[in-house]
Every structure is written in C-alpha cells, then in structure tokens.
Write a protein that binds this ligand. Structure first.
Ligand code: IPE
Ligand code: IPE
Ligand code: MG
Length: 247
C-alpha cells in the first residue's frame, strides 16, 4: 500500500468522532455490534496513516458518558470488545511507538474491573513511547471533564480570584495534551456529542459522510487536506487581502 506521508504541515493533534458503526451494520443486515467490530481495522489503518503523516496526538471517541443509555447487550459488547482489543493490539501499538492513554471517568463503577486492568496494562506497557500519543476517550464527556476539573479545583481550596483558563486547563484529564487543530466526524452527523468541549473551542471541524468502518488512512489524508485549506482566525478579522484583486 502506498504511504500517505508528504502532506504539508500535518496537524499536531487530530481528534476523531468514530460514528456510523450501527448504520454500517444495519445496511448489511448485521447486528449493530458487528459494526463496532468492523471499526477496528479502520482504527488501526488510521493509526498507521497518522504515524506516516507525523501526527503527534490522535484522540478517538470510543464511548461517551451518554452511551450507557444503549441497550445492555450493546454496552456489555463494547466493554468486552475494549478488553479484547487491548489484549490483542497492545503489543502492536507498543512496537509502533504509540503511547496509549485513556481519557474519561474511569472511577465509574459500571466499568468492568477487567477492563480497568487491561487499560492499566496498556498504559504501563506503552508509557515511554514517543512516536504518537493515542488517546482513547472512554466514558468521556466534555461536560463531565469540566465538572471534574471544577471539583478538583474546589477540593484544592483555590481562591476564586486564582481561577482562570490556565488553571482549568491544568485540571483537565490530560493537562499537557495540545488542543486538536482538527476534529473529524464520520457518518455525516454535524454535532459535537459532548466531545472535547474545552479543547475544541477553536478546532476546525471536518464532517465526512463515510461511515466509520469504511474510513481509512486515505480518507484521513483527505480530511487533513480539507483542514489545510481552511483559514483559522481565532476570533481575528478576515485577512483584508482576501478577495482583494488589486493585490
Ligand atoms: C459509533 O457508532 C460508535 C459508538 C458510539 C460506540 P454508533 O454505534 O453510534 O453508530 P450509529 O451512529 O448508530 O450508526
Ligand atoms: C458519539 O457518537 C460517541 C462516540 C462516537 C463514541 P454517538 O452516536 O453516541 O452520538 P449521538 O448520539 O449521535 O449524538
Ligand atoms: Mg452514532
């Protein structure tokens, strides 16, 4: 397979909302859970593509704080699938130089203890890797993350005058994680679904119609190219020279 490197200025951090597994399965007369299983090769192709492009942080939304509302069978499938995936893939990720980090509320008693063990194993095994940090947003909610940050600030007894954006950032789940320049959502849905509410304040969003199991490194590269054609303003004025044909 050809490589996808050579793109100019790869973003440092790409965050993905991997959506559309259920629809992918439904379209094939399969159970929703088979759509989740079909998302695994897509995820690992994206890991390879991200490494080739020199992306340093890759964050993937694997389970939201709202996903507990799905039926019990699907939720327990997803828990077991994560255990299984970490057991089967952690060595490969380690050999690729990927550091695995889980981001979310891991104190939730609904998370099976065996999954917490596998998470710890994968994080410990890969802790010293430096090629790319791969963040699994799991039992993650942007609102929960901000609530947790506020709680720990209050527990620290911080004076209200000392609360600013920098302090809140220091209390997010991964304080040294740079903000994603690019957030990709698959399956055509145009909403954040509680993803990285603080961190993605000025991220560029690229929505692709591709369902997650059909996503791959080439679609990743296409999304990155779409991002690279954007003008990021961060609240500043539109460049006056744009659209000025007199130069
Ligand atoms: C995303 O696919 C995976 C998870 C939320 C775990 P969905 O399961 O949401 O698939 P659709 O959106 O129903 O097609
Ligand atoms: C967001 O997708 C969560 C994950 C991809 C893990 P959902 O499918 O849960 O989001 P909604 O319900 O369509 O907003
Ligand atoms: Mg969905």
């Amino acid at each position: 397979m050809p490589e996808v490197s050579g793109l100019s200025q790869a973003p440092t951090h790409v965050a993905i909302i991997m959506d559309g597994n259920g629809r992918w399965a439904n379209a094939r007369g399969l159970h929703r859970t088979q759509g989740h299983a079909a998302g695994e090769p897509a995820l690992f192709d994206v890991v390879h593509g991200a490494l080739e492009m020199g992306i340093e942080w890759l964050t993937v939304y694997t389970f939201s704080t709202e996903n507990w509302s799905r039926d019990e069978y699907e939720v327990s499938f997803l828990m077991e699938f994560n255990v299984d995936l970490l057991e089967r893939r952690r060595d490969e990720l380690n050999e690729l130089g990927v550091r695995v980090i889980f981001m979310g509320d891991l104190d939730d008693p609904r998370i099976p203890p065996v999954l917490l063990d596998r998470i710890r194993d994968a994080e410990e095994l890969t802790a010293d890797n430096t090629k790319m940090s791969m963040v699994f947003a799991f039992n993650y909610g942007g609102r929960r993350e901000i609530v947790d940050a506020v709680r720990s600030i209050v527990e620290d007894g911080v004076d209200s005058d000392a609360v600013d954006e920098g302090l809140i950032r220091q209390h997010l789940y991964i304080p040294d994680m740079p903000d994603p320049e690019l957030v990709i959502r698959t399956s055509g849905e145009q909403r954040t679904s509680n993803y990285l509410l603080w961190e993605a304040a000025y991220s560029e969003y690229v929505v692709t119609e591709v369902l997650w199991p059909d996503f791959d490194r080439y679609e990743l590269a296409r999304c990155v190219e779409e991002y690279q054609a954007r003008e990021r303003r961060f609240g500043g004025a539109v460049d006056a020279s744009l659209g000025d044909s007199s130069g």
